[in-house]
Design a protein around this ligand. Structure first.
Ligand SMILES: [Zn+2]
Length: 250
């Protein structure tokens, strides 16, 4: 499955590489493919992150799963870039000052305006190198999973189209970089810990997310195909509480 998927993605990306002047003599290098698929990502410098208390640990291997989260904050209607940057700063402050961690827990954040931002320090460099930054987003599974926090609370309503498009593009990029099969790799926080995260609605959309990532970004609109059943799993108790994430001092 994985090798078939990679061939499919590489052949798709081959067209993109050719369009920017890449030669198609032989296999397309993974590094080029990753660059071709990378969405616009706002760096920590751009959202004006604080310095971390300590540099993140980088593991010399790829993560094997992508964990989808909601931020358990308001379903904001401010879709601006400045709002997105403010969200990233608020999460960082909560993780460092509230949880006592070294830095932002998750590696990536997407706002309801669809803006993708780096989370934990060293995440972008690690992804570009095919490596894994140890985060703090899914208790007992941070050694092998990369986490994406999606702004909002998705217990009853779905994400915005802009957020959805950003999530599809981000997962496609990560699957390319790390050589992951989206049908096996993309999971929700509740698949590992006792939590409703990423919300009953967004969790119900994960099969569609996997399909769209595997299909190479075609048909990016959200279609909620089934009635959403309430899971009864633990819901957020306060802003930014999306369930068990990491041990203290991470
Ligand atoms: Zn979560």
């Amino acid at each position: 499955m994985t090798s078939d998927f990679r061939l499919t993605r590489r052949s798709l990306l081959g067209g993109a590489a050719a369009a920017v002047g890449g030669a198609l003599l032989g296999p397309v290098p993974v590094a080029s493919a990753a660059t071709a698929a990378a969405p616009r990502l706002y760096t920590r410098a751009e959202w004006r992150a604080r310095a971390p208390k300590a540099a993140a640990t980088v593991l010399n291997r790829a993560p094997d799963h992508i964990v989808v989260h909601h931020t358990a904050s308001a379903n904001a209607t401010d879709y601006s870039l400045e709002h997105a940057f403010d969200l990233s700063r608020s999460i960082q402050n909560f993780h460092m000052d509230g949880n006592g961690w070294d830095d932002t827990g998750q590696q990536l954040t997407i706002s309801r305006g669809g803006h993708l931002m780096e989370g934990r320090n060293r995440s972008l460099d690690a992804i570009d190198a095919g490596n894994h930054v140890m985060g703090a987003h899914t208790l007992s599974h941070n050694e092998h999973t990369i986490g994406i926090e999606n702004e909002g609370t998705y217990m009853t309503e779905g994400p915005t189209d802009a957020l959805w498009d950003g999530l599809v593009a981000t997962c496609a990029w990560l699957c390319d970089v790390y050589g992951l099969d989206p049908h096996a790799a993309i999971v929700g926080h509740r698949d590992y810990n006792s939590t409703a995260c990423p919300g009953d609605t967004l969790y119900a959309l994960l099969p569609q997310l996997r399909d769209q990532v595997a299909a190479g970004l075609s048909d990016p609109r959200i279609k909620i195909r089934a009635r959403i059943e309430a899971s009864g799993l633990p819901e957020p108790r306060h802003r930014f509480d999306h369930g068990p994430t990491g041990r203290p001092a991470r």
